[in-house]
Design a protein around this ligand. Structure first.
Ligand SMILES: C[S@@+](CC[C@H](N)C(=O)[O-])C[C@H]1O[C@@H](n2cnc3c(N)ncnc32)[C@H](O)[C@@H]1O
Length: 207
């Protein structure tokens, strides 16, 4: 089902071009939360954060990859005492996240490239709303797994529109074969409730 919502149409029409991604989110940053949470019934950040909160221990240090305005960080901090670092491509989205005062650090980063983060630095990684049309593809999951400790959880949403089209299941199976990560659960979960969209909530564990 393709959404008729013009904001989603614009976001999903992106083709991974970073200048375009930055331009769309520069334009959207200030109204993003009202548009998504209220307008679209965007429940994925709350569901993913709740899942992460159940997986982690006290004072664990978590990376929020593609943190946007900080919806995930805010939810996760309300449910745990996690220390949270955020990274995102869009400086304007990061500016909004900074106002929440729930992140230890917020930095600009491109998830489609090698991250400037050492191996096994984090106790978990969470990424919501990023593995979707025109944003980031399945290969970026490898970097997210690289930066977490062996046995640490990765909680990642994949939009239903790209799950089959972009070969996520095959990619995850290959990661498991390559002994990079274990697939714990892949759960069908509501995403934009008012738009009728679902996602796959992938719960992985670094090998
Ligand atoms: C739909 S928003 C989701 C933001 C937040 N996680 C949430 O759930 O509200 C998608 C985010 O992905 C970011 N993004 C897109 N491509 C990216 C890339 N290559 N590297 C890092 N962030 C990227 C955008 O800047 C935007 O903030």
């Amino acid at each position: 089902m393709a959404s008729e919502n013009p904001l989603l149409k614009r976001a999903y029409a992106l083709n991974g071009d970073q200048n375009q991604i930055r331009a769309v989110y520069a334009n959207w940053a200030k109204t993003y939360e009202a548009d998504t949470l209220i307008g679209m019934g965007y429940v994925a950040p709350a569901i993913a954060a709740e899942t992460m909160a159940q997986e982690i221990g006290q004072n664990d240090v978590i990376l929020d990859a593609g943190c946007g305005t900080g919806l995930v960080g805010k939810e996760l901090r309300s449910l745990s005492d996690a220390v949270i670092d955020g990274i995102d491509l869009s400086p304007d989205m990061l500016d909004q996240a900074r106002k929440k005062d729930v992140y230890r650090t917020l930095n600009k980063a491109d998830l489609t490239a090698s991250l400037d983060i050492g191996d096994a630095r984090y106790d978990g990684v969470i990424s919501v709303g990023v593995f979707t049309s025109g944003h980031v593809g399945p290969t970026a999951m490898n970097e997210l797994i690289r930066v977490i400790k062996p046995g640490a959880p990765a909680i990642i949403t994949v939009h239903e529109q790209v799950w089959h089209k972009d070969g996520y299941r095959d990619h995850l199976d290959q990661m498991e074969k390559d002994d990079l990560a274990k697939i714990c659960t892949i759960r069908e979960t509501p995403y934009h409730q008012n738009e009728g969209y679902h996602c796959k909530l992938c719960i992985l564990q670094a090998a």
